[in-house]
Write a protein that binds this ligand. Structure first.
Ligand SMILES: [Zn+2]
Ligand SMILES: [Zn+2]
Length: 181
């Protein structure tokens, strides 16, 4: 018999999951409490299934991280986000990981972080093609932080594409960063 530290009930050993880190090699929570705790955790983080949770747990879920960051920053700027995580995930996985405007590759951002406006932004950023519109997947592209900042809400998509292709791309070439793909 073993006492569950959550519900404080005495239960049989078979009512506990195995846990090699504990002295008695059993989990401190009984199976029932463990299930409830997991349910609450899923709800709190909006995980729809085990897969989402596993990805989160592995800390490899970059897409969820980007999405969560977008939700926080768009709330602050009062811009609506009209897609959910799973829609965003599909969209993101389909994207070529390069800047829409200057074709800089994401892997080259990490390698040339000194040339970037902020050293802690090592990934492509999300940019709205038309900044008068809300966050919609049809209005969204991946952009390097350079292009994102140059464009801001001043240049249109077409103008920024010209600037990116003509000027920004040339700059990368000066630094021997290949970006003709
Ligand atoms: Zn319990
Ligand atoms: Zn760019």
């Amino acid at each position: 018999m073993k006492k569950c530290i959550k519900c404080k009930k005495e239960k049989k050993e078979v009512d506990f999951n195995k846990n090699p880190h504990n002295k008695d090699r059993l989990h401190s929570y009984c199976k029932e409490c463990l299930r409830d705790t997991q349910k609450e955790f899923f709800k709190k983080h909006n995980f729809k299934n085990q897969g989402e949770y596993v990805r989160y747990k592995a800390e490899k879920d970059i897409i969820k991280y980007i999405f969560d960051t977008l939700i926080i920053s768009s709330k602050r700027r009062n811009i609506k986000v009209n897609f959910c995580l799973s829609e965003f995930r599909k969209w993101y996985n389909k994207q070529e990981k390069q800047c829409y405007y200057c074709n800089l590759q994401e892997k080259d951002i990490k390698k040339n972080i000194k040339l970037m406006p902020r050293k802690n932004v090592k990934r492509l950023t999300l940019d709205r093609l038309d900044c008068k519109k809300e966050y919609e997947l049809t209005n969204l592209v991946l952009s390097c932080l350079r292009c994102n900042q140059i464009k801001s809400n001043f240049f249109t998509e077409r103008e920024m594409k010209e600037i990116g292709q003509f000027y920004v791309k040339k700059k990368w070439k000066n630094y021997h960063i290949k970006n003709d793909y």
